[in-house]
Design a binder for this molecule. Structure first.
Ligand SMILES: Cc1ncc(COP(=O)(O)O)c(C=O)c1O
Length: 377
């Protein structure tokens, strides 16, 4: 984003200001489609559920991965006006409820929508049979998350040895089993994870078919890395590997889904904040800014991304600490951030902060989340 424009927006709207560039969002979506032509992207709403982001992706023909009723509702807002049959087709074809463990109340609400749900254990089969029998089921498999920044396999996914039995159990309960999903861990720069997961899924897929299950889809989850630093290999390199594995392992009629969150949301947003305080602590220059880890920089803690704060000003830099505005010492954005000499009132910014940032912002200590402005909508 243009630095002069960011500063004039900050002057106009105040800070902290979360600037979403919808042109960048559309470009990321098109890039995903271009490099993975056989894969239908289901945007992982959790990464940034802003209704305008959902709206832009909806207009581009994107599908959606939701993991709570409020996330379902934010997508539903876009389709509620459609005729009943078109709306229902959209829900079945273009939404997946990809949270393997769901409260019974949630299942009861979901049942009337006839939606695809993921699951990974037998208790969930019993719950779905009782509370949401009209759903389609997708088994979430445990796969290697080696080297991924956010590890998910310790919380979700059934061991491969139990996979076919869990699918048969669901089918025996009279539920429709549609396919298999996995997640290689978020910000996955070890592309081998995808290769291993695809091969594991293919073996299980074939065994399930040989035991009479008519599986239709593979959902390769999220994990596609955002270019936070220059050592993240290009998306097209990953896509090339995925494309060759899926065409080798899965016949053309098998649908391939993915649930990209970070890849679509990260690069479309920049936060602009303001220096509100300045001190020397332990011989190190420390800046206090009006956004922090309870707010847009929540990803430092929850998402393990070491965001760096940049200055609009030029000048000789030194290693500084950057703290957020709250009274909690945990509210530390970085203890090692190169910055030039800044004055109270100067603006600072961080790019590529669209994913797992605004989404996990709180009102802690009375500080509200950043204001949002939209460019190129
Ligand atoms: C089930 C599921 N799908 C998709 C995603 C999105 O992953 P990413 O942002 O790495 O693409 C997540 C992230 O936690 C997830 O849990």
């Amino acid at each position: 984003m243009n630095k002069t424009e960011l500063q004039s927006l900050a002057r106009e709207f105040g800070t902290p200001l979360f600037v979403i560039d919808h042109k960048v969002l559309r470009e990321s979506f098109l890039q995903f489609k271009k490099y993975l032509p056989r894969v239908q992207p289901y945007y992982a709403v959790k990464s940034n559920p802003h209704p305008e982001i959902i709206r832009t992706l909806y207009k581009m023909g994107c599908s959606f991965d939701v993991a709570s009723m409020p996330e379902f509702q934010v997508v539903y807002e876009n389709i509620k006006h459609l005729p009943a049959k078109t709306r229902q087709d959209f829900i079945w074809d273009k939404i997946i409820y990809a949270n393997p463990v769901k409260a019974t109340e949630t299942l009861e609400e979901l049942d009337r929508y006839k939606i695809l749900l993921t699951y990974d254990n037998i208790e969930e089969v019993k719950k779905i049979k009782k509370h949401a029998p009209n759903s389609g089921l997708v088994l979430r498999l445990q796969v290697p998350n080696t080297g991924s920044v956010v590890e998910l396999s310790s919380k979700f996914g059934c061991p491969s040895g139990e996979a076919v039995d869990l699918m048969l159990a669901a089918a025996d309960a009279g539920l429709g089993v549609e396919g298999i999903s996995f997640h290689v861990g978020s910000q996955c720069t070890n592309f081998e994870n995808y290769i291993q997961a695809l091969n594991l899924s293919s073996g299980i897929f074939k065994e399930a078919q040989s035991r009479g299950l008519d599986l239709k889809l593979i959902d390769i989850g999220g994990g596609f890395p955002a270019p936070y630093s220059s050592d993240v290999k290009p998306f097209r390199d990953l896509a090339k590997k995925i494309n060759s594995e899926i065409s080798r392992l899965f016949p053309k009629e098998i649908e391939i889904l993915a649930e990209p969150g970070r890849f679509l949301a990260a690069t479309c947003a920049t936060i602009v904040a303001k220096v509100i305080g300045k001190a020397d602590r332990g011989g190190k220059r420390s800046y206090y800014i009006n956004d922090g880890i309870y707010h847009t920089y929540s990803g430092v803690l929850c998402d393990h991304i070491p965001y760096q704060v940049k200055a609009f000003k030029n000048g000789t830099t030194q290693i500084c600490s950057v703290f957020g505005p709250t009274c909690d010492a945990l509210d530390t954005i970085s203890l090692s951030n190169e910055l030039p000499e800044l004055a109270i009132g100067d603006f600072v910014y961080t790019e590529n902060i669209g994913a797992y940032s605004w989404a996990s912002s709180t009102c802690f200590n009375g500080f509200p989340p950043a204001k949002v402005v939209h460019l190129n909508q």
